[in-house]
Design a protein around this ligand. Structure first.
Ligand SMILES: O=P(O)(O)OP(=O)(O)OP(=O)(O)OC[C@H]1O[C@@H](n2cnc3c(O)ncnc32)[C@H](O)[C@@H]1O
Ligand SMILES: [Mg+2]
Length: 597
């Protein structure tokens, strides 16, 4: 690759679709290209419900109704990354693979609907992440939707991972009779190309982690590459992670989605990629990474037995995937440093890689995996905790366990001690027990309701338990609500005087404080929002300086013990009756009481 030609991984960032909330744009695309499939001329209607997660593409959930039936059908709208969109062969490849697999009686996957032009896709000029390259021609597909819940939102057990292993083995057996010219392509996420990770090592944040990835690449080159010719080849799904595995009724695997990374490579890699993701599943994250990967392997090997040389390299290949995810995550962060999500998401991957590579004896792991592949092995025998892992979430997990037995334990996630003190007082005498977990969540951007909801989703995904988060804004009326959710930065950078000066020249110094509380009862459950506001005005600081902007916010609500005083001047117990936070948490209390009655 010449140094001035950007790699596909770089271009994927530029050409990531950026439709976001602009559903009307997507409506136009669908109405103009899929009118027959959506039966629009005979009264069919459709509605885009929401955006779904995706790493490099954009996915949307669509609901469709016909005049003939009262039933609605769900579809997935996939707007492909510009890099894949440039290559019609790749799109054809994905369509063919899905159709091939769907004809297998025990495999279920999404299949494309035909556009008005008679093709299983359409192409439109649409916005992408890099303004310089926007709009770019992007491929849009309308796909059938598999009813169920992604495994990422389920309580994962070794038994579920075992059946996921069996499922992928079926997929791979079926793919053994599949070929397509476009499967022979270079992909940075294909672990056969682990050496190409070297160019991204410089983006890793610490020298220790740079060295760690370097040593995984060295081991790959020294031990795996010389055996390459003996490793069986085939077309892979390549990305069997818990977001792509759909769980249906009675915890059965309902299907597999997303063939965006599919390539022809070494067969064993489909299994080791999935083993790496099993380590990061909700079961793996409870200090059972090795057991999680072993349960998956046991299921896979029971239906698709691995050869001795494939078995020999399991540990290195699993670590190659972890190293690849962590390193390309670090690269993504370097391209988008405001997105602290990327760092937070990569952290469990780094910790797992550090544990498996540095702390677990390789002979121990090899025999552990041998044991798993012994068909007589009981899964309980494999459910051993990871050795010697400092488990940062251990404290919380004991309370999580309580949460499962006592549904009324909720974890308030915040990095702010003062907030916590207030919330503990306000939530005293509640039907629920509130515990705290200190997690510095990223400071997201957007309107307060959005910020709070996203914080909550992030915390639930990380902790897997019932969670409350909140986000607090200070909104100046003269500035149409700014700084709002950005108050933390304004306060940090400008201080109390700066906040006052921002309003100089405006006759109106009124403001309101707003807390949006987000509550979610656990993975897969909806997030409920509660909005509390208190009116006041911005004044030169008065009272103790120990909590945020309290000294510059003069409350104008309540009786003489609050109106006319800054939050800092008030008695804490008074603030906790009139404050924005008190109002939002009171709504939550009412909600929880109703729920429990
Ligand atoms: O971990 P989280 O809960 O996000 O805690 P945080 O301190 O980052 O809090 P926010 O993101 O909600 O940012 C709000 C900013 O406003 C400050 N703040 C929040 N509630 C306040 C209150 O009741 N009175 C004064 N300042 C407050 C807080 O210290 C931050 O600087
Ligand atoms: Mg915050």
């Amino acid at each position: 690759m010449s140094s001035d030609a950007p790699s596909d991984e770089v271009r994927r960032k530029w050409l990531k679709p950026a439709i976001g909330e602009n559903f009307s744009l997507l409506n136009d695309v669908l109405a103009s290209s899929f009118s027959t499939a959506l039966e629009l001329s005979s009264g069919g209607t459709f509605n885009i419900l929401k955006q779904l997660d995706s790493y490099d593409d954009e996915n949307f959930l669509l609901e469709h109704k016909t005049t003939m039936s009262a039933k609605t059908t769900k579809y997935l709208v996939k707007v492909h990354n510009g890099v894949e969109s440039e290559d019609a062969k790749i799109i054809d490849y994905q369509n063919t693979i899905m159709t091939h697999l769907n004809s297998h009686p025990s495999i279920n996957t999404t299949v494309p609907l035909i556009s008005d032009d008679g093709a299983p896709f359409t192409s439109h000029k649409l916005p992408v992440a890099s303004p310089k390259h926007s709009p770019a021609p992007l491929t849009v597909r309308l796909l059938t939707y598999i009813e169920g819940t992604p495994m990422a939102y389920k309580q994962v057990t070794p038994a579920l991972l075992f059946s996921a292993g069996e499922y992928l083995a079926n997929v791979d057996s079926s793919l053994d009779s599949f070929s397509h010219p476009a499967s022979e392509r270079f992909h940075a996420w294909d672990q056969k190309n682990t050496s190409s990770l070297r160019e991204f090592v410089k983006y890793i944040q610490t020298p220790e982690r740079q060295q760690l990835v370097g040593s995984v690449i060295d081991a790959f080159e020294e031990s795996v590459l010389p055996d390459a010719s003996s490793l069986r080849q085939g077309v892979l799904q390549s990305d069997f992670n818990d977001a792509n595995i759909i769980i249906g009724a009675s915890d059965k695997i309902a299907g597999v989605i997303d063939f965006g990374d599919s390539v022809k490579s070494w067969r064993v890699l489909d299994c080791t990629v999935a083993m790496a993701y099993a380590m990061l599943s909700s079961y793996g994250k409870t200090g059972h990474s090795l057991a999680a990967s072993a349960a998956f392997l046991a299921g896979f090997n029971s239906k698709y037995p691995l050869t001795p040389n494939e078995k020999k390299h399991l540990r290195t290949l699993v670590c190659c995937r972890l190293a690849c995810s962590a390193t390309l995550g670090a690269y993504s962060y370097s391209q988008d440093p405001a997105n602290k999500y990327l760092l937070l998401h990569a952290e469990p991957c780094w910790r797992t890689l550090e544990m498996v590579w540095n702390q677990v004896d390789s002979d121990y792991l090899t025999s552990f995996y041998e044991l798993a592949m012994d068909s007589k092995t009981d899964l309980c025998l494999l459910s051993v905790p990871d050795p010697t892992v400092p488990d940062h979430f251990q404290k919380l997990r004991s309370s999580t366990k309580r949460a499962f037995s006592d549904t009324k334990t909720i974890t308030f996630v915040t990095g702010n001690k003062k907030k916590l003190e207030e919330v503990q007082k306000i939530m005293d005498n509640t039907t629920a027990t509130i515990t705290n977990y200190k997690l510095d969540l990223p400071e997201l951007q957007g309107d307060p309701l959005y910020v709070s909801e996203e914080k909550c989703k992030l915390a639930v995904a990380e902790l897997g338990t019932a969670v409350i988060t909140e986000d607090t804004s200070l909104c100046f009326n003269a500035l149409n609500g700014m700084p709002g959710p950005y108050i933390k930065w304004f306060l940090d950078k400008c201080g109390h005087d700066g906040l006052n000066k921002m309003l100089d020249g405006f006759p109106d110094r009124t403001a309101y404080a707003q807390t949006v509380v987000a509550y979610c009862s656990g993975p897969g459950s909806p997030v409920h929002l509660f909005d509390g506001r208190t009116k006041g005005k911005i004044v030169p600081p008065r009272g103790p300086l120990d909590f945020g902007w309290d000294p510059v916010f003069e409350c104008s609500e309540g009786g003489p013990s609050s109106a006319g005083l800054t939050y800092a001047e008030m008695d804490k117990s008074v603030k906790n009756t009139v404050s924005h936070r008190a109002k939002a948490f009171q709504q939550l209390k009412n909600f929880l009481e109703k729920e429990s009655s």
